[in-house]
Every structure is written in structure tokens, then in C-alpha cells.
Design a protein around this ligand. Structure first.
Ligand code: NDP
Length: 425
């Protein structure tokens, strides 16, 4: 049904697209009305969100129609200022949808925090013994610090300690892992950590330098995978098998060259950040965690790998920490974030995490496919032209004519667009 609904969606006007979305039966009447009138954040709410608020800063909100994850097809909202991101994600998701979609795994979904102690007179062995004696007491204090998360079925899950040596100080870092259920959990965790500082200082006889959550969320890692048959890869001039081989080689390059890995991962974050922002989540937290995770082996690695399976299919797999929430922060107060959750059929935090990771893998697939075939600039510049035309002062009506005339030009830059604009006026 959706395939038909979204046919040539990109060629419609914004109003036509909004009208198409109002056909989605899972959207409430209120959200359908919002869609048509706009999701404006009231200034009175914005003023409560930050200090020294003086205005609002708009970014475009778009959608990717066919994102099939674990057999369920979603319409995914994305907020981005970069012209090619949604087009590339849509293209990647369409091919992956035709190939059976994404399948995902996720071991657990917990947030880790740390309490760092220095100047303790004990050895790490003595500290570990003391921790195992105190552990029940520490669990009780953690539960009492945030009883509502325990009532929701979450709360502290584990505590362990590691010695970290700096030339000037020996640190004993106590790591606390907490199931924060539907929340990202920064505030939940920080409340629990602060309650644990005093008892830990007492039994270590040391001093706490800080108690804070870590954005390196190794207990919230999700993995998404797709299998693309060669026939779904072929272009008019290159066989599917050849494209698959080139993507495999491109993937190998990102595993041995950190300069390439950084750009490979930036492309993945183009998609991930756009959904994280649309759903009202903290994208700095996701960015920090993702890049720290990429270095855990000792060299900066790509989040995804691509390889050929059985000489028939290209397989892509991506693993990344994704500690996002469906409650808390700005999620329940920002009208566009609320719309985004409803558009996604109100997924749980775990479900949303794998949808977001899958968009990242689709984005990566589209970028690699372009890079190893036409090169990235062809598609990019076509979309960039619209931004250039707007920068040159063109009206919406003038843009199609400018795009047409630009096809005959060698250099796509602001000067050329300005000259064309003068000539058509
Ligand atoms: P909040 O404190 O805003 O919200 C979480 C609260 O939502 C919970 O305490 C809980 O309160 C309530 N809640 C309602 N339903 C549920 C449910 N099903 N599961 C879990 N909680 C539920 O958010 P977080 O603790 O998630 O913190 C996220 C915010 O912290 C973000 O805005 C982030 O930017 C910010 N932040 C990030 C940091 C970082 O990343 N380093 C550091 C500091 C802040 P109750 O149970 O009492 O109803």
C-alpha cells in the first residue's frame, strides 16, 4: 500500500506530500492537522528549554518512505540541512526494502556511568574485595535514589571497578550500569551516581573527583544487517556483481585508512543524526558515543562493513551504540518531535534504536554505491544547485529553469547561477 502511496513522492509539492501523509491511518487527527498548519515550537516553550532564548532556528523536516526493519515498514522522519541526505537515504532504503529489509540484534539497553576515586590507600585487589562486600548495600542506595525507574522495571543492573593509571594519579573507576527503560537516562543515571559517591568514598578511603554518566554506551550497542542480491545493484552500465566487489573493496579501505574511516562514518552519521534530531534526542550524545566506540580496537574503525556472501549477495552490517529515548529531554515538549514519534508508530526506545541504525547503514550503502560508480559529485551537485539558486536570490518558480540552463554549463558555482539568473530576468 505504502509503495503506491509514496510513488514519485519527491516530485510532489510540499502540500501534496503533506496530503499524502494524512492518508496514514496510524496518524491521529491532531497530528494530521499539525502537519498542515506546521509544527511550530511556541516561543514560551523555547524560553523554558534554554537560557537567554531570543528566537527559533528552523531546519527542514523530510521523510524516507520505505524503511523495512525486522519485517515492519516505517516512514522515517529526518531533519537535515544537507541537500543530498534524504535523497540518498531514500535510494538506499528502497533497494534494501526490495532485498528483504534490515534485520537487527541488540544484546541489552543500559546506560553506563562512572564514579572516579583517587588518593585511595588500597590496591585494586583490596578495592575489588571491598566492592563485593558492599555491593548489596550499593544496590539498595541506587534503588532508593530513583525509585520510579525501579517501579518501571529498570534501575541499577551491575557495578564493577577498574584501575586507571595516570602518571600523577591512580584512579579507581566504579562503573555503574543502569536500565533506564524508555529514557535516554542521563538525569536518571546522574541522580543514582551522586547518591553512590559518599558510600564509595567511605569504603575506598579515597576522594571522588566526579560522578557522571559516560557517553561511551557499550551496553546499548545495536547491530543492523542487510543482504542485497547482485541483481538489485546493477546499473545501466555496470553489473551488480562488479558494484558489489567495488563496495567490498571500499569497505576494506575504510578498515585500514582512518582518513577514509572518518568520512565513511560521517556519511553514516548524516542519516543517524537526522533521525535523532527529528525524534527530539540528544545528537551530541550519539555522536560522542559512536566515535569513541569506533576507537575501541586501538585504531579508528568504520561503524559498518560490507562483504560478498556466496558470490550472490552483498552483505552490509553496522554496529553502533544507540542510547536514545522515547521520553524525557525535549521529546515530550517539541511538537515536531511528537509528530516524528507518531509517524514512526510510537516505537519503543529499543525499536527506535534499530530503525535509526538501519538508516545509517542505508545512508552508507547509497554513498558507497555512488562513490564506486558515478562518484559523489554528480548526485550531490544536482541537489546543491537548488541551494546555490536560493543563495543567488532565485524564487521557487525560477529554480527549474535555472537547473535546466545549468546543465549546459561546465562550472556549477554561485557566479554561474547569478549570471543565469540575470539572463532569465
Ligand atoms: P529526563 O530526566 O528528562 O526524563 C526521564 C524521566 O522520564 C524519568 O526520570 C522518568 O521520570 C520519566 N519517564 C516516564 N516514562 C518513562 C519510562 N517509560 N521509562 C523511563 N523513564 C520514564 O531525561 P533523561 O534522564 O533521559 O536525560 C536525558 C536528557 O539529559 C537529555 O535532554 C540530554 O540532553 C541530557 N543530558 C545529557 C548528558 C550527556 O549526554 N552527557 C548529560 C546531562 C544531561 P519518573 O519515573 O519520575 O516519571
Amino acid at each position: 500500500m505504502n509503495e503506491h502511496l509514496f510513488y514519485k513522492f519527491y516530485q510532489k509539492t510540499p502540500l501534496e506530500r503533506k496530503n499524502i501523509l494524512t492518508n496514514l491511518s496510524h496518524l491521529s487527527d491532531e497530528k494530521k492537522a499539525n502537519l498542515l498548519t506546521g509544527f511550530n515550537l511556541p516561543e514560551s516553550v523555547a524560553n523554558q528549554m534554554i537560557e537567554n532564548q531570543i528566537g527559533l532556528y528552523d531546519l527542514p523536516l523530510g521523510i524516507v518512505p520505505e524503511v523495512t526493519v525486522n519485517g515492519k515498514t516505517y516512514t522515517v522522519p529526518m531533519v537535515t540541512e544537507e541537500p543530498s541526505v534524504i535523497a540518498a537515504a531514500s535510494n538506499g532504503c528502497k533497494i534494501i526494502h526490495r532485498s528483504g529489509g534490515f534485520t537487527t540484534t541488540q544484546e541489552k539497553r543500559e546506560m553506563i556511568g562512572e564514579i572516579a576515586i583517587y588518593d585511595s590507600p588500597y590496591s585494586i585487589e583490596e578495592i575489588e574485595k571491598k566492592l563485593s562486600k558492599e555491593i548489596d548495600h550499593l544496590f539498595t542506595i541506587a534503588h532508593e535514589a530513583h525509585p520510579s525507574i525501579v517501579k518501571r522495571g529498570g534501575g541499577i543492573q551491575s557495578i564493577w571497578v577498574e584501575k586507571k593509571q595516570h602518571p600523577n594519579h591512580t584512579f579507581y573507576v566504579f562503573y555503574i550500569s543502569v536500565d533506564t527503560k524508555e529514557a535516554m537516562g542521563a538525569n536518571i543515571l546522574n541522580t543514582i551516581l551522586e547518591a553512590l559517591v559518599s558510600p564509595i568514598e567511605t569504603f575506598t578511603n579515597g576522594t571522588c573527583i566526579m560522578a557522571i554518566l559516560s557517553n561511551l554506551s557499550t551496553h546499548s550497542v545495536v547491530t543492523t544487517t542487510c543482504h542485497i542480491p547482485f541483481e538489485n545493484l546493477e546499473t545501466k552500465t555496470i553489473s551488480g556483481e562488479e558494484i558489489a566487489r567495488r563496495i567490498e573493496i571500499a569497505s576494506e579501505l575504510s578498515q585500514v585508512d582512518p582518513y577514509r574511516a572518518a568520512t565513511h562514518n560521517k556519511g553514516i552519521m548524516n542519516g543517524i543524526d537526522a533521525v535523532v534530531i527529528a525524534t527530539g534526542n540528544d545528537w551530541r550524545a550519539i555522536e560522542a558515543g559512536a566515535h569513541a566506540y569506533a576507537t575501541l580496537s586501538g585504531t579508528y574503525q568504520p561503524f559498518s562493513k560490507w562483504f560478498i556472501h556466496n558470490d550472490k549477495k552483498l552483505v552490509g552490517t553496522l554496529s553502533i551504540p544507540m542510547p536514545i529515548g522515547t521520553v524525557g529531554g525535549s521529546i515530550s515538549i517539541h511538537p515536531a518531535a511528537q509528530f516524528s514519534h507518531e509517524l514512526l508508530m510510537n516505537p519503543s526506545a529499543k525499536e527506535l534504536a534499530v530503525i535509526i541504525a538501519s538508516i545509517g547503514l542505508a545512508q552508507n550503502f547509497a554513498a558507497l554505491k555512488a562513490l564506486v560508480t558515478d562518484g559523489i559529485q554528480k548526485g550531490h551537485m544536482n541537489l546543491q544547485v537548488k541551494s546555490l539558486a536560493l543563495t543567488a536570490g532565485a524564487t521557487e518558480e525560477e529554480i527549474p529553469q535555472i537547473i535546466q540552463l545549468l546543465k549546459e554549463q561546465k562550472h556549477l558555482n554561485l557566479e554561474t547561477v547569478q549570471k543565469i539568473l540575470e539572463s532569465i530576468r
